[in-house]
Ligand binder design. Structure first.
Ligand code: FEO
Length: 396
Protein backbone atom coordinates (compact mmCIF):
# COMPACT_ATOMS: atom_id res chain seq x y z
CA UNK A 1 0.00 0.00 0.00
CA UNK A 2 1.04 3.64 -0.44
CA UNK A 3 2.51 5.16 2.67
CA UNK A 4 0.40 8.21 3.55
CA UNK A 5 1.93 10.74 5.92
CA UNK A 6 0.03 13.42 7.82
CA UNK A 7 3.45 14.61 9.02
CA UNK A 8 6.84 13.01 9.50
CA UNK A 9 6.28 9.62 11.14
CA UNK A 10 2.55 10.16 11.47
CA UNK A 11 0.68 7.84 9.16
CA UNK A 12 -2.84 7.46 7.81
CA UNK A 13 -3.91 3.87 8.31
CA UNK A 14 -7.45 3.55 7.01
CA UNK A 15 -9.60 1.19 4.98
CA UNK A 16 -12.46 1.69 2.55
CA UNK A 17 -15.67 -0.26 3.03
CA UNK A 18 -17.56 -0.48 -0.25
CA UNK A 19 -19.34 -3.67 0.71
CA UNK A 20 -21.55 -2.72 3.66
CA UNK A 21 -25.02 -1.51 2.69
CA UNK A 22 -26.14 -0.10 6.02
CA UNK A 23 -23.91 1.74 8.49
CA UNK A 24 -24.81 0.73 12.06
CA UNK A 25 -27.10 -1.69 10.22
CA UNK A 26 -29.51 1.18 9.63
CA UNK A 27 -28.15 4.11 7.59
CA UNK A 28 -27.66 3.56 3.84
CA UNK A 29 -24.14 4.14 2.56
CA UNK A 30 -24.35 3.98 -1.25
CA UNK A 31 -20.91 5.58 -1.51
CA UNK A 32 -19.44 3.40 1.25
CA UNK A 33 -17.43 4.63 4.20
CA UNK A 34 -13.81 4.72 5.31
CA UNK A 35 -12.54 3.70 8.72
CA UNK A 36 -9.53 5.88 9.51
CA UNK A 37 -6.91 4.90 12.03
CA UNK A 38 -3.58 6.69 12.51
CA UNK A 39 -0.13 5.66 13.66
CA UNK A 40 2.60 7.76 15.28
CA UNK A 41 6.09 6.23 15.24
CA UNK A 42 8.41 7.96 17.70
CA UNK A 43 10.49 6.71 20.63
CA UNK A 44 7.12 5.34 21.67
CA UNK A 45 4.66 4.08 19.09
CA UNK A 46 1.01 5.03 19.33
CA UNK A 47 -2.01 3.86 17.39
CA UNK A 48 -4.97 6.20 17.33
CA UNK A 49 -8.22 4.27 17.16
CA UNK A 50 -8.43 1.07 15.10
CA UNK A 51 -10.70 -0.10 12.29
CA UNK A 52 -13.78 -2.21 11.69
CA UNK A 53 -13.03 -5.87 12.37
CA UNK A 54 -13.39 -6.95 8.72
CA UNK A 55 -10.06 -5.27 8.03
CA UNK A 56 -8.12 -6.61 11.01
CA UNK A 57 -5.69 -8.82 9.11
CA UNK A 58 -4.57 -6.15 6.64
CA UNK A 59 -4.54 -3.58 9.41
CA UNK A 60 -2.11 -5.58 11.54
CA UNK A 61 0.07 -6.20 8.48
CA UNK A 62 0.22 -2.46 7.75
CA UNK A 63 1.16 -1.67 11.34
CA UNK A 64 3.93 -4.26 11.16
CA UNK A 65 5.34 -2.63 8.01
CA UNK A 66 5.16 0.95 9.30
CA UNK A 67 6.73 0.08 12.67
CA UNK A 68 9.41 -2.18 11.15
CA UNK A 69 8.14 -4.90 13.42
CA UNK A 70 8.56 -2.91 16.64
CA UNK A 71 5.84 -3.32 19.25
CA UNK A 72 3.13 -0.70 19.61
CA UNK A 73 3.24 1.02 23.01
CA UNK A 74 -0.10 2.80 23.14
CA UNK A 75 -3.56 2.43 21.71
CA UNK A 76 -5.34 5.76 22.01
CA UNK A 77 -9.08 5.14 22.20
CA UNK A 78 -10.86 8.29 21.12
CA UNK A 79 -14.07 6.39 20.49
CA UNK A 80 -15.28 2.91 21.34
CA UNK A 81 -17.97 2.27 18.73
CA UNK A 82 -16.96 -1.01 17.09
CA UNK A 83 -16.32 0.53 13.67
CA UNK A 84 -13.20 1.93 15.38
CA UNK A 85 -12.57 -0.47 18.23
CA UNK A 86 -13.18 -3.56 16.09
CA UNK A 87 -9.48 -4.43 15.97
CA UNK A 88 -8.82 -3.70 19.64
CA UNK A 89 -8.76 -7.28 20.78
CA UNK A 90 -6.50 -8.34 17.92
CA UNK A 91 -4.13 -5.44 18.60
CA UNK A 92 -3.94 -6.37 22.29
CA UNK A 93 -3.35 -10.01 21.37
CA UNK A 94 -0.49 -9.05 19.03
CA UNK A 95 1.03 -6.46 21.39
CA UNK A 96 0.31 -7.82 24.88
CA UNK A 97 2.27 -5.04 26.61
CA UNK A 98 0.36 -2.27 24.88
CA UNK A 99 -1.22 0.39 27.11
CA UNK A 100 -4.81 1.36 26.35
CA UNK A 101 -5.31 5.09 26.70
CA UNK A 102 -8.81 6.38 27.42
CA UNK A 103 -10.77 8.47 29.88
CA UNK A 104 -12.96 7.58 32.83
CA UNK A 105 -15.82 6.57 30.52
CA UNK A 106 -13.73 4.42 28.19
CA UNK A 107 -12.67 1.35 30.09
CA UNK A 108 -16.06 0.14 31.18
CA UNK A 109 -16.93 -0.04 27.48
CA UNK A 110 -13.63 -1.79 26.72
CA UNK A 111 -14.29 -4.39 29.41
CA UNK A 112 -17.86 -4.99 28.33
CA UNK A 113 -17.23 -5.16 24.61
CA UNK A 114 -13.88 -6.95 24.61
CA UNK A 115 -13.24 -8.28 28.14
CA UNK A 116 -9.90 -6.47 28.22
CA UNK A 117 -9.12 -4.91 31.61
CA UNK A 118 -5.32 -4.79 31.93
CA UNK A 119 -2.76 -2.10 31.03
CA UNK A 120 -4.97 0.94 30.98
CA UNK A 121 -4.01 4.59 31.33
CA UNK A 122 -6.82 6.96 32.28
CA UNK A 123 -6.35 10.45 30.89
CA UNK A 124 -8.36 13.65 31.21
CA UNK A 125 -8.57 17.12 29.71
CA UNK A 126 -5.10 18.60 29.05
CA UNK A 127 -3.29 15.42 30.08
CA UNK A 128 -0.05 15.17 28.08
CA UNK A 129 1.45 11.91 26.91
CA UNK A 130 5.07 12.18 25.68
CA UNK A 131 6.01 9.88 22.82
CA UNK A 132 9.53 11.25 22.16
CA UNK A 133 9.72 14.30 19.93
CA UNK A 134 5.98 14.26 19.77
CA UNK A 135 3.43 14.65 22.53
CA UNK A 136 -0.26 13.96 22.62
CA UNK A 137 -2.73 15.98 24.65
CA UNK A 138 -6.29 14.88 25.28
CA UNK A 139 -9.63 16.59 25.52
CA UNK A 140 -12.96 14.92 26.14
CA UNK A 141 -15.94 15.72 23.91
CA UNK A 142 -18.68 13.74 25.67
CA UNK A 143 -21.68 12.62 23.59
CA UNK A 144 -20.17 13.43 20.22
CA UNK A 145 -21.61 10.94 19.94
CA UNK A 146 -20.88 8.46 22.77
CA UNK A 147 -20.10 9.21 26.42
CA UNK A 148 -16.41 8.34 26.16
CA UNK A 149 -15.59 10.32 23.03
CA UNK A 150 -12.46 12.44 23.18
CA UNK A 151 -10.00 14.08 20.82
CA UNK A 152 -6.20 13.70 20.82
CA UNK A 153 -3.98 16.60 19.85
CA UNK A 154 -0.48 16.04 18.47
CA UNK A 155 1.31 19.12 19.76
CA UNK A 156 4.23 19.40 17.33
CA UNK A 157 2.39 19.21 14.02
CA UNK A 158 -0.84 20.50 15.57
CA UNK A 159 -2.92 17.60 14.31
CA UNK A 160 -6.20 16.95 16.04
CA UNK A 161 -7.46 13.36 15.90
CA UNK A 162 -11.17 13.86 16.31
CA UNK A 163 -12.91 10.49 16.30
CA UNK A 164 -16.27 10.72 14.53
CA UNK A 165 -16.41 14.51 14.79
CA UNK A 166 -15.90 16.06 11.31
CA UNK A 167 -16.29 12.62 9.74
CA UNK A 168 -18.11 11.77 6.55
CA UNK A 169 -19.76 8.88 4.79
CA UNK A 170 -18.17 8.06 1.44
CA UNK A 171 -15.00 6.12 0.80
CA UNK A 172 -11.69 7.83 0.10
CA UNK A 173 -11.27 6.95 -3.55
CA UNK A 174 -7.60 7.76 -3.94
CA UNK A 175 -7.56 11.18 -2.30
CA UNK A 176 -7.14 11.20 1.47
CA UNK A 177 -6.72 14.92 2.19
CA UNK A 178 -9.32 17.60 1.50
CA UNK A 179 -7.10 19.26 -1.11
CA UNK A 180 -6.82 15.99 -3.03
CA UNK A 181 -10.59 15.61 -3.38
CA UNK A 182 -13.51 17.17 -5.18
CA UNK A 183 -15.39 18.13 -2.03
CA UNK A 184 -18.69 18.54 -3.86
CA UNK A 185 -18.80 14.76 -3.89
CA UNK A 186 -18.70 14.74 -0.08
CA UNK A 187 -21.08 17.61 0.52
CA UNK A 188 -24.17 15.47 1.00
CA UNK A 189 -22.34 12.59 2.66
CA UNK A 190 -20.75 14.89 5.24
CA UNK A 191 -24.12 16.30 6.13
CA UNK A 192 -25.80 12.92 6.21
CA UNK A 193 -23.06 11.64 8.50
CA UNK A 194 -23.46 14.57 10.85
CA UNK A 195 -27.25 14.62 10.88
CA UNK A 196 -27.71 10.85 11.09
CA UNK A 197 -24.97 9.93 13.55
CA UNK A 198 -24.14 13.05 15.55
CA UNK A 199 -27.27 15.18 14.99
CA UNK A 200 -29.00 14.13 18.20
CA UNK A 201 -26.17 15.75 20.12
CA UNK A 202 -26.05 19.29 18.74
CA UNK A 203 -25.59 21.03 22.12
CA UNK A 204 -22.70 18.65 22.88
CA UNK A 205 -21.27 19.37 19.43
CA UNK A 206 -21.42 23.07 20.19
CA UNK A 207 -19.38 22.51 23.35
CA UNK A 208 -16.91 20.36 21.39
CA UNK A 209 -16.55 23.05 18.72
CA UNK A 210 -15.67 25.63 21.35
CA UNK A 211 -12.94 23.35 22.65
CA UNK A 212 -11.57 22.75 19.16
CA UNK A 213 -11.68 26.46 18.32
CA UNK A 214 -9.58 27.22 21.38
CA UNK A 215 -6.77 25.00 20.06
CA UNK A 216 -4.22 25.86 17.39
CA UNK A 217 -5.19 23.14 14.91
CA UNK A 218 -3.54 22.71 11.50
CA UNK A 219 -5.16 19.40 10.60
CA UNK A 220 -8.38 17.61 11.52
CA UNK A 221 -8.06 13.84 11.26
CA UNK A 222 -11.42 12.14 11.75
CA UNK A 223 -12.21 8.45 11.83
CA UNK A 224 -14.30 8.66 8.64
CA UNK A 225 -13.80 10.54 5.41
CA UNK A 226 -11.27 13.17 4.38
CA UNK A 227 -8.37 14.44 6.50
CA UNK A 228 -8.74 18.22 6.63
CA UNK A 229 -5.40 19.99 6.21
CA UNK A 230 -6.15 22.87 3.81
CA UNK A 231 -9.68 24.18 4.18
CA UNK A 232 -10.53 23.52 7.83
CA UNK A 233 -13.03 26.34 7.68
CA UNK A 234 -15.08 24.31 5.19
CA UNK A 235 -15.90 21.65 7.73
CA UNK A 236 -15.86 23.85 10.85
CA UNK A 237 -18.40 26.27 9.33
CA UNK A 238 -20.69 23.42 8.42
CA UNK A 239 -20.53 21.91 11.89
CA UNK A 240 -21.28 25.32 13.32
CA UNK A 241 -24.28 25.73 11.06
CA UNK A 242 -25.72 22.27 11.50
CA UNK A 243 -25.25 22.05 15.25
CA UNK A 244 -27.09 25.35 15.77
CA UNK A 245 -30.02 24.18 13.59
CA UNK A 246 -29.36 27.02 11.15
CA UNK A 247 -31.54 26.32 8.14
CA UNK A 248 -32.15 27.65 4.64
CA UNK A 249 -35.39 28.91 3.17
CA UNK A 250 -37.11 25.76 1.99
CA UNK A 251 -39.55 23.00 2.83
CA UNK A 252 -39.44 19.25 3.26
CA UNK A 253 -42.80 17.64 2.62
CA UNK A 254 -43.14 14.02 3.67
CA UNK A 255 -46.18 11.82 3.41
CA UNK A 256 -47.37 8.28 4.02
CA UNK A 257 -50.12 7.33 1.62
CA UNK A 258 -51.75 4.03 0.63
CA UNK A 259 -54.07 5.00 -2.20
CA UNK A 260 -52.68 8.37 -3.21
CA UNK A 261 -55.08 10.69 -1.37
CA UNK A 262 -52.54 12.00 1.13
CA UNK A 263 -49.93 12.11 -1.65
CA UNK A 264 -52.23 14.39 -3.67
CA UNK A 265 -52.45 16.78 -0.73
CA UNK A 266 -48.65 16.86 -0.58
CA UNK A 267 -48.47 17.79 -4.25
CA UNK A 268 -51.03 20.56 -3.86
CA UNK A 269 -49.07 22.04 -0.93
CA UNK A 270 -45.78 21.72 -2.83
CA UNK A 271 -47.20 23.42 -5.93
CA UNK A 272 -48.61 26.31 -3.93
CA UNK A 273 -45.29 26.80 -2.14
CA UNK A 274 -43.65 27.02 -5.55
CA UNK A 275 -46.31 29.46 -6.78
CA UNK A 276 -45.45 31.55 -3.75
CA UNK A 277 -41.79 31.60 -4.72
CA UNK A 278 -40.34 28.92 -2.47
CA UNK A 279 -37.71 27.20 -4.60
CA UNK A 280 -36.22 24.64 -2.24
CA UNK A 281 -38.97 22.07 -1.93
CA UNK A 282 -38.36 18.37 -1.38
CA UNK A 283 -41.31 15.98 -1.45
CA UNK A 284 -40.73 12.48 -0.13
CA UNK A 285 -42.82 9.36 0.19
CA UNK A 286 -41.80 8.11 3.64
CA UNK A 287 -42.29 4.51 2.50
CA UNK A 288 -39.72 4.89 -0.25
CA UNK A 289 -37.06 7.35 0.85
CA UNK A 290 -34.95 6.29 3.81
CA UNK A 291 -35.17 8.48 6.91
CA UNK A 292 -31.43 9.14 6.53
CA UNK A 293 -31.99 11.46 3.56
CA UNK A 294 -35.16 13.04 4.95
CA UNK A 295 -33.51 13.86 8.29
CA UNK A 296 -30.58 15.41 6.47
CA UNK A 297 -32.95 17.65 4.51
CA UNK A 298 -34.83 18.58 7.67
CA UNK A 299 -31.54 19.90 9.03
CA UNK A 300 -31.13 21.82 5.77
CA UNK A 301 -34.56 23.48 5.43
CA UNK A 302 -36.66 25.50 7.81
CA UNK A 303 -40.10 24.04 7.07
CA UNK A 304 -41.33 20.50 7.65
CA UNK A 305 -44.77 19.57 6.38
CA UNK A 306 -45.84 16.04 7.19
CA UNK A 307 -48.88 14.10 6.08
CA UNK A 308 -50.22 10.74 7.09
CA UNK A 309 -53.03 8.49 6.08
CA UNK A 310 -54.79 6.80 8.97
CA UNK A 311 -53.66 3.21 9.33
CA UNK A 312 -55.64 1.08 11.79
CA UNK A 313 -56.52 4.28 13.63
CA UNK A 314 -52.84 5.16 13.93
CA UNK A 315 -50.16 6.90 11.91
CA UNK A 316 -49.10 5.34 8.65
CA UNK A 317 -46.18 3.09 9.72
CA UNK A 318 -43.41 4.74 7.70
CA UNK A 319 -44.47 8.19 8.93
CA UNK A 320 -44.70 6.91 12.49
CA UNK A 321 -41.17 5.58 12.28
CA UNK A 322 -39.90 8.87 10.85
CA UNK A 323 -41.56 11.24 13.31
CA UNK A 324 -40.52 9.03 16.23
CA UNK A 325 -36.92 9.27 15.02
CA UNK A 326 -37.18 13.05 14.63
CA UNK A 327 -38.65 13.35 18.12
CA UNK A 328 -35.87 11.24 19.63
CA UNK A 329 -33.28 13.37 17.87
CA UNK A 330 -34.77 16.49 19.43
CA UNK A 331 -34.25 18.60 16.30
CA UNK A 332 -35.14 22.21 17.06
CA UNK A 333 -36.16 25.45 15.44
CA UNK A 334 -38.52 24.47 12.60
CA UNK A 335 -41.81 25.51 11.13
CA UNK A 336 -44.39 22.73 10.96
CA UNK A 337 -47.44 21.89 8.85
CA UNK A 338 -49.68 18.85 9.24
CA UNK A 339 -52.11 17.14 6.90
CA UNK A 340 -53.58 13.73 6.14
CA UNK A 341 -56.57 11.67 5.16
CA UNK A 342 -58.66 8.74 6.37
CA UNK A 343 -61.35 6.35 5.18
CA UNK A 344 -63.71 5.63 8.05
CA UNK A 345 -61.93 6.81 11.15
CA UNK A 346 -59.04 9.17 11.88
CA UNK A 347 -55.69 8.38 13.42
CA UNK A 348 -53.10 9.94 11.12
CA UNK A 349 -53.55 13.64 11.77
CA UNK A 350 -54.55 13.07 15.41
CA UNK A 351 -51.17 11.45 16.06
CA UNK A 352 -49.31 14.06 14.05
CA UNK A 353 -50.79 16.60 16.43
CA UNK A 354 -49.26 14.65 19.31
CA UNK A 355 -45.96 14.79 17.43
CA UNK A 356 -46.41 18.57 17.08
CA UNK A 357 -46.98 18.91 20.83
CA UNK A 358 -43.92 16.83 21.65
CA UNK A 359 -41.49 18.37 19.17
CA UNK A 360 -42.64 21.93 20.00
CA UNK A 361 -42.04 23.28 16.51
CA UNK A 362 -44.01 26.25 15.31
CA UNK A 363 -47.29 24.97 13.80
CA UNK A 364 -48.07 27.56 11.15
CA UNK A 365 -51.62 26.50 10.22
CA UNK A 366 -54.37 24.28 11.53
CA UNK A 367 -54.04 20.59 10.58
CA UNK A 368 -55.76 19.74 7.30
CA UNK A 369 -57.53 16.39 7.24
CA UNK A 370 -59.63 14.97 4.40
CA UNK A 371 -62.03 12.05 4.39
CA UNK A 372 -61.33 9.98 1.29
CA UNK A 373 -60.13 11.71 -1.83
CA UNK A 374 -59.21 15.39 -1.89
CA UNK A 375 -62.23 17.66 -2.48
CA UNK A 376 -62.62 21.40 -2.97
CA UNK A 377 -62.89 22.47 0.65
CA UNK A 378 -59.75 20.65 1.81
CA UNK A 379 -57.96 21.55 -1.41
CA UNK A 380 -58.43 25.19 -0.41
CA UNK A 381 -57.14 24.43 3.08
CA UNK A 382 -54.02 22.82 1.60
CA UNK A 383 -53.50 26.03 -0.36
CA UNK A 384 -53.92 28.05 2.83
CA UNK A 385 -51.50 25.83 4.70
CA UNK A 386 -48.93 26.39 1.95
CA UNK A 387 -49.63 30.14 1.96
CA UNK A 388 -49.19 30.32 5.72
CA UNK A 389 -45.90 28.43 5.43
CA UNK A 390 -44.67 30.63 2.57
CA UNK A 391 -45.54 33.73 4.57
CA UNK A 392 -43.55 32.51 7.54
CA UNK A 393 -40.60 31.40 5.41
CA UNK A 394 -40.45 34.70 3.60
CA UNK A 395 -41.02 36.96 6.60
CA UNK A 396 -37.88 38.73 7.75
FE1 FEO B 1 -17.64 5.87 13.53
FE2 FEO B 1 -19.40 6.31 16.31
O1 FEO B 1 -18.35 5.34 15.14
Amino acid sequence: MHQVNLAENIYYLGFNDRRTHLFENFWPIPYGVSYNSYLIVDEKIALIDTVERTFVEDYLDQIEILTNGLPVDYLIINHMEPDHSGALKAVVAKYPNITLVGNKKTFDLVANYYQVTKNTLEVYDDYELPLGKRRLMFSTIPMVHWPETMVSYEMTSKILFTGDAFGSFGTLDGGIFDDELNLSVYEEELMRYFTNIVGKYCPHTQRALKKVESMDVKMLAATHGPVWRTDLKYIMDRYQKWSTYTTELGAVIVYGSMYGNTAKMADVIARQLAVRGVKNIRVYDASKTHASYIISDIFKYKAFIVGSAAYNNELFPSVESLVTKIEHMGIKNHLLGIFGSFGWNGGGVKNLQKFAENIKWDLVYEPVEEKGTLKKDKFEQCIELANAMANRLQSK
